[in-house]
Ligand binder design. Structure first.
Ligand code: EPZ
Length: 470
């Protein structure tokens, strides 16, 4: 898929403000107050990290962003009140909430991690530009809307920091199910005048988004749909599990061949979002860098969902032991260089590429990281070079020559995972690191700073007061 800067997401406050305890909203330096989207009028622009503090204890990861967003979209398929639990309190979830509310859904926040989404009164099938521009994942409503209404109107998703991010495979697959597309004024109009009919669709590439949109349309198609070369990510299995709980008939999710038997209707359910393997992987890298003598535990996810990451880290000399509900990670005494290439699941996830590059930058020798999924996911590397790393980018290969240490610097988050990886680099770098454009991090990490502080890190938000107080 390897073959362009984009919108920033500021998230919305209303959904959670009513249930987040007041003291957590206190606007202070240090480990309190998540970045930017909880306090109107005050911009928390920077995360400051003091390097060299060892980490210990335990961290519990939230529900998976890349599942929660699709589960929320899938509630459109089951008119009524679906309850999602273990929902991450992150800005992307807030944006998906706005997309659904814009269509007529109601969202009740039962507590910080439980949402009741009622889609009975949904009458619109449009995902507006301002929200799709903020978050590409809004295109995940296309399949459910076609399944429910036989129609969908989606703003054409632009590119993002990671690359072109086309949806041609979504469209090709849905066309095979009988959907007709036309585009005008920056919108994609999709309709299935004769209804959706099951068929065999072979994906050119195991695209996560295309597999999910096809499954969500096919559950309401007449007959059977077979998706060949389907993506196998754990988040797709989580989506299929919820749809099957709603009355769908999906087999083979998590394998390259998914079979969907269309059904007449789906009913609302209560479903728990799967643990976030990428957030877990991010903390495991933090442990490899700075865990104390006894290591620390990362819980709330299934280690099987990080099989290749853990295997690669063990090759790098990092001890990662399975424990009940997660893993215990210990600091690497010496980091062995190893080559990595990003691939669809169960290969090495592209969403862990930046975090693992921090380890490679400190390895005792040379490593090559090859990015096969996104054209433009090495913007992070130049920021790491500012911290003293020795990295050369050649097309979709990063040639990394390990250095003895990194030094703190002012760096900019290029995207969600790159931003988190810069904070990780700051944990081990000499001196202070200041990471800006942290709204990227808030898109996918709930309480990232608080969780690091709870492990013993010296990390804080540095606030740039805004004159317009709330
Ligand atoms: C999902 O994106 C995740 N996002 C991404 O996580 C993740 O990196 C990616 O899957 C791969 O694992 C969400 O789930 C919200 P794809 P998605 O369809 O669905 C190209 C993060 O950091 N492609 O598998 O967009 C596409 O341009 C984010 O949490 C086409 O060319 O991934 C990309 O290069 C980043 N045409 C590649 O395939 C298509 O029709 C992978 O896309 C579809 C995709």
């Amino acid at each position: 898929m390897v073959q362009t800067p984009a919108s920033s997401c500021s998230g919305c406050v209303a959904v959670f403000k009513s249930v987040v305890p007041k003291q957590k909203l206190k606007h202070a330096r240090g480990c309190q107050a998540p970045p930017g989207f909880l306090l109107k009028g005050v911009r928390l622009d920077i995360i400051r990290v003091e390097g060299g503090h060892t980490l210990s204890g335990e961290v519990e990861v939230a529900g998976a962003k890349n599942s929660a967003l699709k589960l929320m979209a899938a509630t459109l398929l089951a008119p009524g009140r679906t309850v999602l639990t273990n929902v991450p309190n992150i800005s992307d979830v807030h944006v998906m909430g706005k997309v659904l509310k814009g269509m007529g859904a109601t969202i009740e926040v039962l507590d910080e991690h439980r949402l009741a989404i009622d889609t009975s009164a949904v009458t619109s099938w449009e995902a507006p530009y301002e929200l799709v521009a903020k978050m590409r994942a809004s295109t995940a409503v296309m399949g459910p809307l076609l399944g429910r209404f036989g129609r969908a109107k989606i703003a054409m998703p632009g590119g993002c920091n990671l690359g072109a991010r086309k949806i041609d495979m979504h469209i090709l697959g849905l066309e095979a199910l009988g959907v007709q597309f036309d585009t005008e004024h920056g919108y994609i109009n999709a309709s299935a005048p004769n209804g959706l009919s099951g068929t065999v669709v072979t994906l050119e590439f195991a695209s996560v988004g295309a597999t999910e949109n096809l499954i969500m349309a096919a559950v309401r198609a007449s007959g059977t749909t077979v998706i060949d070369n389907a993506a196998r990510e754990p988040e797709i299995v989580d989506l299929a599990n919820m749809l099957n709980e709603m009355g769908a008939r999906i087999e083979g999710a998590g394998t390259p061949v998914v079979t969907v038997q269309g059904v007449e209707e789906l009913h609302p359910v209560e479903h728990r979002v799967v643990g976030d393997r990428i957030e877990a992987g991010t903390f495991i890298v933090a442990g490899a860098l700075m865990a104390g003598e006894d290591g620390f535990d990362v819980k709330g996810f299934n280690p099987m969902h990080l099989g290749m990451v853990i295997r690669k880290m063990e090759t790098m000399g990092i001890q990662v032991d399975r424990i009940e509900g997660g893993v215990r990670v210990r600091r690497a005494k010496r980091i062995e260089p190893t080559d990595i290439q990003t691939l669809p699941f169960p290969g090495f996830p592209t969403d862990m590429q930046a975090q693992i590059m921090v380890l490679s930058a400190l390895a005792d020798g040379n490593s090559i990281i090859t990015e096969n999924i996104f054209e433009n996911r090495f913007m992070f590397a130049s920021e790491l070079v500012r911290m003293g790393a020795d990295i050369r980018i050649e097309s979709h290969h990063a040639m990394i020559h390990g250095v003895r240490e990194l030094s703190g610097a002012q760096v900019v988050s290029p995207d969600l995972r790159g931003g988190a990886a810069l904070v990780l680099a700051g944990l081990i770098a000499e001196g202070y690191t200041q990471v800006s454009a942290i709204h990227h991090i808030a898109r996918g990490y709930e309480d990232f700073v608080e969780k690091l502080c709870a492990l013993g890190a010296k990390v804080e938000y540095v606030t740039v007061p805004d004159p317009v107080e709330d």
